[in-house]
Design a protein around this ligand. Sequence first.
Ligand code: HEM
Length: 182
Amino acid sequence: MSAPLPLRRVFVWDVPVRLGHWLLASAFIGAMLTADSEWLRLTHVRLGLAVVALVLFRVVWGFVGSPYARFREFITGPAAVWRYMRAVFSSTPEHHIGHNPAGGAAIVGLLALGLTTSLTGWLAYQDVGGEWMPELHGASACAMLTLVGIHVAGVILASVRHRENLVGAMVTGWKRASGGRP
Ligand code: HEM
């Protein structure tokens, strides 16, 4: 039986991914906190616009960014997500240096909901679409909040199962792994 490969440091998340992530998280949390205030309505709208700008930037970066940031690196099909989810609760969890398949699916959902929440919010702010536009905006925001909860729970679960600090990696850009790109 061959010995396990020694762990080495791998640079995974470039600066735009990390900065974009924490700015997106802050803008989303800020928008949620200001959602019910008439007084902070303009701040809420501006935070929503920041979400759109950050999501659009991330979409572009998914095509031109560094290797682990690219969509083709982490967008998989439902079969891969299912396989990963089954393995994560087994004694041999599947390990990925970049985003795992379930994380990748959640990211696509978060980016899509970031766009729909902001777009419906902007249309509601412009009084377009009648009474159902604020309803749609609220429902989209609620779905996004739920997915953020699942995302954070997934980050904690994967960190525990793989015994690695994923939040630290999203701060520094580095992970410890056997393998990875040279
Ligand atoms: C505040 C609590 C949060 C923590 C601790 C957190 C942590 C993380 C971590 C560790 C990753 C990398 C996962 C991996 O290694 O595969 C990640 C990715 C990501 N998170 Fe979060 N996150 C938080 C909140 C959010 C929020 C509020 C959003 C969206 C509104 C969000 C959107 C994303 C996206 C889009 C990615 C992919 C990053 C990229 O590839 O550009 N996160 N998050």
